[in-house]
Design a protein around this ligand. Structure first.
Ligand SMILES: Cc1cc2nc3c(=O)[nH]c(=O)nc-3n(C[C@H](O)[C@H](O)[C@H](O)COP(=O)(O)O)c2cc1C
Length: 261
């Protein structure tokens, strides 16, 4: 796995991890994660914080067996009542998730499987901010065995571990002809977005390619039933698309355009 160090590799092997080893994130790993977080927080105007060794935040989920040994998390904190910040949170926190994946850590976005009030006690949230979501982080169960797996074995797990909407469902406004003639960067972008995490695996984001101006657009699908976390999922899907496309930049917002250069 050592030679696979690019963000696209992380996309190809990442899955939600719900069982962790009972091993703390040590100071050295914490420092490396914090070094990733600091510039991202500046860029994103967010306050993503690493909180270690607080198993009480996950008492219920660990006791029910839904999670195992969950104890550390990224607290995703940003400005209150700010839709664009919620989208940025998805985009930039997923960037941290992918970095953590490349370091052999497992992650799980959490909206429900934690005690949010307890989680808020261990991070800094000012009066103008709120705690949006969390990402559980830690060494996956049997992590030495996990880290010994080849890249091909890990991509196979990623490909088969859950259902996904099809490429056609991800591009519902396009005809078959338009799909076929779309540039490779668009197809690779959509394929990377198909591997993105989303709340309850609803995959609420769709994409389209506009040949007239060579742009892509991302939309929230209102029928996906994901009103609550859709902006976060929009940000996550846009990050995956951008990495899959290889280069380019999004405009924020539902319907935001992607320019590939
Ligand atoms: C915003 C968000 C919230 C989530 N909340 C939870 C949660 O509370 N509990 C849980 O077990 N999984 C949660 N998940 C994980 C999703 O269920 C998971 O990402 C999805 O099923 C796709 O699987 P994958 O991540 O393995 O690709 C959440 C994911 C996202 C993006």
């Amino acid at each position: 796995m050592a030679e696979h160090t690019q963000l696209i590799d992380a996309i190809n092997i990442r899955t939600a991890v719900r069982a962790f080893d009972d091993e703390p994130i040590d100071d050295d790993m914490a420092r490396q994660l914090t070094m990733t977080l600091e510039p991202i927080n500046l860029l994103a105007d967010l306050s993503i914080q690493l909180v270690r060794d607080q198993p009480r935040v996950f008492t219920e989920a660990n006791a029910s067996g839904h999670l195992t040994n969950a104890a550390n998390y990224l607290a995703i904190v940003g400005p209150k009542n700010d839709d664009e910040a919620k989208e940025r949170a998805g985009f930039y926190a997923e960037r941290v998730v992918l970095t953590a994946t490349l370091r052999g850590l497992g992650t799980l976005w959490v909206a429900g499987s934690w005690d949010r009030e307890q989680a808020a006690r261990h991070c800094r949230v000012s009066d103008s901010q709120e705690l949006y979501l969390g990402v559980v982080i830690g060494y996956p169960a049997n992590h030495l065995e996990y880290q010994a797996k080849s890249y091909e074995q890990l991509t196979e797990v990623q490909r088969t571990h859950r259902t996904s909407k099809t490429f056609e469902q991800f591009t519902p406004t396009m005809s078959d002809e338009e799909r076929q003639s779309a540039p490779d960067w668009f197809k690779a972008g959509v394929e990377a977005a198909m591997k993105a995490p989303s709340a309850m695996n609803r995959q609420p984001i769709t994409f389209s390619y506009n040949a007239a101006d060579d742009t892509a657009a991302a939309h929230i699908d209102p029928t996906a039933g994901d009103e609550h976390w859709a902006l976060n999922d929009l940000g996550i899907a846009k990050l995956h698309f951008q990495i899959g496309a290889g280069q380019g930049k999004w405009a924020w917002g539902d319907g935001g355009l992607f320019i590939h250069r």
